[in-house]
Design a protein around this ligand. Structure first.
Ligand SMILES: *[C@@H]1O[C@H](CO)[C@@H](O)[C@H](O)[C@H]1NC(C)=O
Ligand SMILES: *[C@@H]1O[C@H](CO)[C@@H](O)[C@H](O)[C@H]1NC(C)=O
Ligand SMILES: *[C@@H]1O[C@H](CO)[C@@H](O)[C@H](O)[C@H]1NC(C)=O
Ligand SMILES: *[C@@H]1O[C@H](CO)[C@@H](O)[C@H](O)[C@H]1NC(C)=O
Ligand SMILES: *[C@@H]1O[C@H](CO)[C@@H](O)[C@H](O)[C@H]1NC(C)=O
Ligand SMILES: *[C@@H]1O[C@H](CO)[C@@H](O)[C@H](O)[C@H]1NC(C)=O
Ligand SMILES: *[C@@H]1O[C@H](CO)[C@@H](O)[C@H](O)[C@H]1NC(C)=O
Ligand SMILES: *[C@@H]1O[C@H](CO)[C@@H](O)[C@H](O)[C@H]1NC(C)=O
Length: 374
């Protein structure tokens, strides 16, 4: 913007050399009076321009003085700042420019006036938007805080109520009452369990929270209640009939191998395996487990070097229940190709009798199934 103005003014300065040329031409005896006259008109024009220039000289010097500073620096930030300052100077230059002595057409004048008011309009708009943006930003921060404290409140509430309800659900008559009188509430509850459990594992599978975490306690409470609901025949029947219930069972199977090694995951896995065991007690439930490839999860659990004896026993119990009286060739094939039979054979000589007995039964059931398919 300032570049073109400078070039234009420098061009005018060059015009003053015409005065010397005029003298030279006048002194040349061969020059015609017509040539001298043409030069005189040029000189008159130049003089009127000189008047304009004198009035702007002050501003111009200021303007030119700044230029080396603008280009002297490589710092882009400083430069853009200087350009801004420079823009102001150009503006001042225009303001002081004696418009009356310049041949500016009316159209141009109008255009400048329009642009100026437009510019002022935009400036006001920018100021307004900047203010609005700042206010919106403060509002976002405030709402973030509010959401955080509300979610902390909800989770604490859930953890406390979960703890109490889990204790209550230990009494079979309470679960019976729920199922016979408040079945729709159990449906709503399973819908919440299905959503919460998935979100919890997704959030924490890479960095599991400590057992003191309220979200962890909340999820533990939910799973504990489902475990006790599934302990009764009516409870597991409802669990595998309700769509939220079946989706939750599928999540148990799918997400268990994804849980990291952490103090809290052992208790969580124990509840998960108990639910799977209880569900396998129902024929429909057992078929659902086999359709969902429960053998992948059990194989992972048995192969896991970090698995405790208790965890191994729980896995063997589910496997025992799943392999009992298998008759569908598809399921037999899936189990035999997935379950580490050699490992279970080693377990048959474990010190703990409950482990060795469970392992012996699993081996027996698997061998029996193998015979059927041959
Ligand atoms: C005088 O003018 C003539 C024609 O305009 C030109 O050819 C000649 O070189 C000029 N002489 C001087 C000394 O400028
Ligand atoms: C001003 O400009 C117009 C056209 O742009 C031209 O016709 C007129 O002669 C100019 N006047 C002067 C004093 O130069
Ligand atoms: C309930 O909370 C207590 C104390 O926080 C804890 O020791 C216990 O394991 C919890 N029990 C259940 C069933 O959630
Ligand atoms: C309820 O679940 C707990 C484990 O969460 C278990 O120890 C208890 O035996 C269960 N009660 C019934 C009636 O199944
Ligand atoms: C199963 O749970 C859903 C909520 O996900 C509920 O709307 C539905 O009524 C329940 N089904 C039965 C049979 O209770
Ligand atoms: C179901 O799970 C509970 C633990 O919550 C357990 O006490 C019970 O023995 C399990 N099995 C059956 C068939 O109920
Ligand atoms: C298993 O659940 C189905 C419903 O899914 C039910 O019809 C059946 O009676 C249940 N069987 C047992 C043994 O509880
Ligand atoms: C179960 O939870 C998942 C999210 O983890 C959700 O997409 C799905 O709709 C839920 N299903 C039911 C029946 O509630």
């Amino acid at each position: 913007m300032s570049g073109w103005l400078l070039t234009m003014l420098c061009g005018l300065y060059d015009g003053f050399h015409l005065a010397d040329i005029r003298d030279a031409v006048k002194n040349n005896k061969t020059s015609t009076s017509r040539e001298v006259q043409t030069l005189d008109i040029s000189l008159w024009r130049i003089n009127s321009l000189e008047t304009i220039l004198t009035s702007t000289e002050c501003n111009l010097h200021e303007f030119i003085d700044d230029i080396p500073q603008i280009f002297a620096t490589d710092n882009l930030k400083t430069m853009s700042h200087k350009e801004e300052t420079n823009g102001e100077k150009t503006h001042t230059l225009f303001d002081k420019f004696p418009m009356s002595s310049v041949n500016v057409s009316k159209d141009n004048m109008n255009e400048i006036v329009t642009l100026k008011s437009k510019c002022e309009e935009l400036h006001t708009q920018i100021e307004r938007l900047t203010k609005e943006k700042e206010e919106a930003f403060e509002e976002i921060e405030r709402l973030k805080d509010q959401i955080l404290s509300q979610s902390t409140y909800c989770t604490s509430l859930g953890a406390v109520l979960g703890n109490l309800t889990w204790r209550a659900s230990r009494f079979p008559q309470i679960v019976d009452t729920w199922l016979s009188n408040f079945q729709s509430k159990i449906g709503e509850f399973l819908s919440i369990v299905n959503g919460t459990f998935g979100a919890f594992v997704d959030t924490y599978k890479s960095a599991f929270p400590p057992t003191s975490n309220v979200e962890y306690q909340f999820v533990m409470g939910l799973l504990g209640i489902v475990t006790n609901i599934s302990a009764s025949p009516e409870g597991r029947e409802f669990l595998i009939t309700n769509s939220s219930g079946t989706e939750f069972v599928q999540k148990l199977i799918k997400l268990m191998p994804e849980l990291p090694l952490a103090p809290g995951t052992v208790s969580l896995k124990r509840l998960m395996l108990m639910i799977l065991y209880n569900v396998s007690m129902n024929k429909t439930g057992l078929q659902y487990l086999l359709e969902s490839r429960v053998e992948d999860t059990l194989s992972h659990c048995l192969d896991d070097e970090a698995s405790s004896e208790e965890m191994q026993l729980l896995c063997l119990r589910v496997l025992q229940s799943v392999t009992y009286d298998l008759d569908k060739p598809k399921y037999i094939h899936n189990l035999i190709t997935t379950i580490p039979i050699e490992k279970i054979e080693i377990m048959t000589s474990a010190k703990r009798s409950d482990i060795s007995n469970a392992a012996k039964q699993v081996v027996k059931y698997l061998r029996h199934s193998q015979k059927i398919t041959k």
